[in-house]
Design a binder for this molecule. Structure first.
Ligand code: SAM
Length: 275
């Protein structure tokens, strides 16, 4: 038998702020997040940062095969003891950014992400998109807006573009700070990413496309493409200007003004030029 939710939530492990440790304490919200995964018994679920196990417990109860990656040794010990009878749980004590997921396939992913590395985690999930098809993630609201945004909208950036290319994106709900312990300073937002079976634009070299998209927004999304690309891709400004002209983009256009089709065009044109 698994321990009660009270035992999970009332344990005295002191949260470490620098590890983004705010633990969800609202059981109904945890249940809704797990339900959003639409998981079935036997399915493999990768959980990022299980913390005190509020989501983990429900996943185990559903009969999923759970792989949970947690960086904090105290929590790993706590969870190992708590769920010692669960044969369908594999706990891995590791920094998720170093966790090798390349050999895994068909995963579903769930995580209330540690806020300090949400961006790095999402880029890792993007690079390893072939290993999973559905993710239910919770992040700070502002970060979620970057993932869920539209061209020209608030927070539109490389994450938005790459997520639009790879996933259908669905906002679930906001979670108030009071549902976590300790309470974070900001509202959180949960969302679902589902990998598209066929990307909306044709890209001949995905790695190159990812690199170009990231390069166009660096160091600042408000700088012109001309500036960011010449700086980050190592082409001189005249060459970048010629490429922009060839694909009918204005010389003073900024990355935040481009839609997915235009990013695809730009990436293909640069590829021909740079390879
Ligand atoms: N899932 C739990 C919940 O909903 O209550 C905990 C969420 S808490 C926001 C983030 C969790 O990620 C913490 O347990 C923290 O220790 C863990 N964490 C932080 N950095 C990590 C990393 N680099 N790799 C794996 N886990 C990490």
């Amino acid at each position: 038998m698994l321990p009660s939710s009270n035992k999970i939530l009332s344990n005295p492990i002191r949260p470490v702020k620098s590890l983004g440790q705010v633990f969800l304490t609202h059981q109904a919200t945890a249940d809704t997040l797990v339900a959003a995964l639409e998981s079935h018994p036997g399915e493999t679920i990768l959980e990022i940062g299980p913390g005190k196990g509020i989501l983990t417990k429900r996943l185990i109860e559903k009969g999923c095969r759970v792989i949970a990656v947690e960086i904090d040794r105290r929590l790993v010990y706590f969870l190992k003891e708590l769920f010692s009878s669960a044969e369908n749980l594999t706990l891995i004590e590791q920094d998720f950014l170093e966790f090798d997921m390349t050999n895994l396939r068909g995963l579903k992913i769930i995580g209330n992400l540690p806020y300090y590395i949400s961006s790095q985690i999402l880029f890792k999930l993007i690079e390893n998109h072939f290993t999973w098809h559905t993710a239910v993630l919770t992040t700070q609201r502002e970060f979620a807006e970057r993932v869920l945004g539209k061209p020209g909208g608030r927070g539109y950036g490389s994450l938005t573009v790459l997520c639009t290319y790879l996933f259908s994106r669905r906002r679930l709900f906001n979670i108030p700070p009071s549902f976590f312990k300790p309470s974070p300073e900001v509202v959180s937002t949960s969302f679902v990413l589902t990998r598209l079976s066929c990307p909306p634009v044709k890209i001949s070299d995905e790695r190159w496309f990812f690199a170009v998209v990231r390069a166009t927004f660096k160091p600042q999304r408000r700088k012109t493409l001309l500036n960011n690309l010449s700086r980050n891709i190592g082409l001189d400004k005249e060459k970048v200007a010629a490429i922009l002209k060839e694909i009918s983009l204005p010389q003073d256009i900024r990355a935040e003004d481009l839609n997915l089709e235009q990013f695809a065009l730009l990436s293909e044109a640069l590829r021909i030029f740079c390879h």
